[in-house]
Design a protein around this ligand. Structure first.
Ligand code: NAP
Length: 416
């Protein structure tokens, strides 16, 4: 490989990790071009045959199949070598100037997803690194051409009948399809039908509201928090295509799902890490997922602090329900801001951050604190100002801290 010249093209070689492969033969059965074979020791991929269709990736139960090494195209690891491996070789540094070749990029993310993700993360200047201890996220396992088909197993209205918004808790079951997600990731929904131009509808992204082991543990399902959109940002009456499709779904209906997506807005896994979560409305979905993950894994000796600031119009419009609203204060410090309760002053998350400044600053000073902001784009500036003010009052420089948090994968923003 070291002999490669600047005119050599790179190959992103598909390999199977012999350490975690359980030799179940699923990949070999799935590969449409017979690029995967095995002997009594290892499963291997023939670089000359692999067409990067990714059919084998999602069915693999361990993820051993999802391994790649950049190599000069004329020096791919031969099958004979792969059959002898006990571990995967490290990525070898490539010479500068080598060209990108077949399979050098994974299946590109759909344009819609790139566009939405760029807008959602613009407040943090693009995709930030994940927490150092976050689990490995799988992304882009299902494409628009080959979506996963989920079955609706429940559609529950969270908001009161007389509330101004219709927010749903929707549970999707993936049956035998492998659809691994982590808290903080999103999935794409493909609404059926065509738009006004006769084209398929754009992909719409929703945050997963359940933890990685499912809405119900070991039930290969997940949940979404979906608000029925009936007007645009200016208040003009418009029916949101995907939200109305989802909110109208009945038990047993089928939905085409793409993704999952998201490699950054992920929770830390190490003991002692604190979560400082700030959300408005349905932006609570990833916070629910993270809270539920913590609750299920709860180990009081190891758990850090969990603090939540949550803004909603009224208590009747709070898309957080059931046992989550009755969690003990020692487990999660919940601060609810309601903006439209009759005869009460309007309250917003940034007001409560100021009101709880001592505790918030204590968390900000802790290197083990991870911040998450999700919901309306408008709240970004208000929250930023609140952080700047309380930091100033406590002798901290928010700008310096903010940049450090971003660099260390400790501040994550997803706003729409
Ligand atoms: P909403 O009900 O319109 O508003 C929730 C609360 O936020 C209200 O109290 C509202 O106050 C307040 N608010 C409005 N502007 C604010 C600002 N500038 N600063 C602080 N608080 C403010 O919220 P929603 O319709 O559910 O919107 C949630 C957002 O989250 C959407 O943009 C959605 O796209 C996004 N999101 C959704 C998901 C998902 O999976 N469904 C995931 C991530 C993000 P007022 O009474 O004054 O309006």
């Amino acid at each position: 490989m070291s002999n490669a010249t600047s005119t050599v093209t790179n190959l992103r070689q598909h390999l199977i990790d012999p350490e975690i492969c359980i030799r179940c033969n699923t990949c070999e059965e799935t590969c449409p071009v017979n690029a995967i074979s095995h002997d009594s020791r290892n499963y291997v991929v023939d670089a000359a045959k692999c067409k990067f269709c990714y059919n084998c990736i999602s069915p693999c139960p361990t993820g051993a199949i999802d391994n790649w090494r950049h190599v000069p195209a004329d020096a791919a690891y031969p099958l004979a070598d792969q059959l002898l491996w006990d571990t995967l070789p490290a990525q070898v540094a490539l010479d500068e100037g080598q060209k990108v070749g077949a399979g050098d990029t994974a299946t590109p993310l759909p344009d819609d997803v790139e566009r939405i993700a760029a807008a959602a993360t613009s407040g943090q200047g693009g995709v930030a690194p994940p927490p150092w201890s976050a689990a490995h996220p799988y992304i882009n396992l299902y494409s628009i051409q080959k979506p996963a088909v989920a079955t609706v197993s429940g559609n529950f209205r969270l908001t009161a009948e007389d509330a101004s918004s219709d927010i749903r808790h929707i549970v999707l079951d993936f049956g035998n399809a492998s659809f691994p997600v982590l808290e903080g990731q999103t999935i794409g929904v493909l609404a059926p039908g065509l738009d006004a131009n006769g084209k398929p509808h754009h992909v719409r992204l929703y945050s997963v509201a359940s933890p990685r082991d499912g809405e119900r543990p070991r039930y290969n399902n997940l949940s979404l928090t979906v608000k029925r959109v009936c007007s645009d940002h200016d208040g003009a009456p418009v029916l949101g295509v995907a939200s109305n499709f989802l909110c109208d779904l009945k038990k047993g209906d089928k939905v085409n799902i793409v993704g999952p997506y998201g490699t950054s807005f992920l929770m830390p896994n190490h003991p002692g890490s604190n979560l400082l979560m700030i959300c408005t409305g349905t932006g609570s979905a990833p916070m629910r997922a993270m809270t539920e993950r913590r609750r299920r894994k709860s180990s009081p000796k190891e758990d850090g602090k969990v603090m939540l600031f949550f803004g909603a119009r009224t208590p009747a419009e709070l898309p957080y329900f059931g046992p989550l609203t009755r969690l003990p204060k020692e487990f999660i410090d919940i601060n609810l801001a309601f903006s439209r309760v009759a005869e009460q002053p309007r309250q917003y998350v940034q007001d409560l951050i100021r009101a709880r400044s001592d505790e918030v600053v204590r968390l900000l000073r802790d290197d083990n604190t991870y911040l998450y902001l999700c919901g309306l784009k408008g709240m970004e500036s208000g929250v930023d100002e609140a952080f700047a003010d309380i930091c100033k009052n406590h002798g901290l420089d928010w700008k310096t801290l903010h940049d450090e948090l971003l660099r260390q994968g400790r501040y994550h923003i997803e706003t729409y």
